[in-house]
Ligand binder design. Sequence first.
Ligand code: SAM
Length: 240
Amino acid sequence: MKTLAAEAHALLGLELDGAQLEAFEQLAIELTSWNQQRNLTSIIDPPGIRIKHFLDSLSCVLALRATSALLPNLKIVDVGSGAGFPGLPLKIVFPALRMTLVEATRKKCEFLEHVVQLLQLKGVTVLHARAEEIGRAAAHRERYDWAIARAVAPLPALLEYLLPLVRIGGFCLAQKGSTAAAEAQQATAALAVLGGSLMQLLPVELPGVAEPRFLVLVAKQAAAPAKYPRRAGLPAKRPL
Ligand code: SAM
């Protein structure tokens, strides 16, 4: 994990302390061990975990900084968190963040609960739910400063998951690959309908990763109409 510390410093300007590096070490061990039976992620080799899970997750800090939003107690929802990416690495490095991890698959939620307990992370909520359900629930709708997601759905559908969860004045962040610009173009209608405005596509370079990475940053400027998100499955099946 010393390499992670050096890369996080060089690429992102982050200073990881010993306790944080220990937490990343434990997370890597648990991920590898649970993955043997539960198939949580396809990226499981040590450099892959370090770069494509941990460092890639931490790169979200570039977008948070770009909006001067890196306030200590920011309330963030990570939608389709899977084995905890990008939410868990961000929580490890910024412990005061209030982090909700939303995941539709039960076995992944069990892993998330296990890791949250093991690492004694405070202020993390794991929700076994679909984004379409919580986006209509008063306890979650427009309750978050940021909604973030990686590898969950194409942008038009993803925005229907994320934007209803964010307060007006908040932001959505989608971690995307080489299709980022095309997806942003395809999301024009979704943005207009759901009250979002495309702010930036921030390029991210990860060591040894040839495929370009982008942080797609969307500002929430107006309330989403009450009928969104539509029922589970529809945003992906019939994107706006
Ligand atoms: N974000 C993690 C990452 O990058 O490693 C997981 C990515 S995985 C490819 C996509 C995850 O999103 C899956 O675990 C899936 O169960 C979850 N997911 C997909 N659609 C969802 C929805 N509508 N609500 C909640 N979770 C969803």
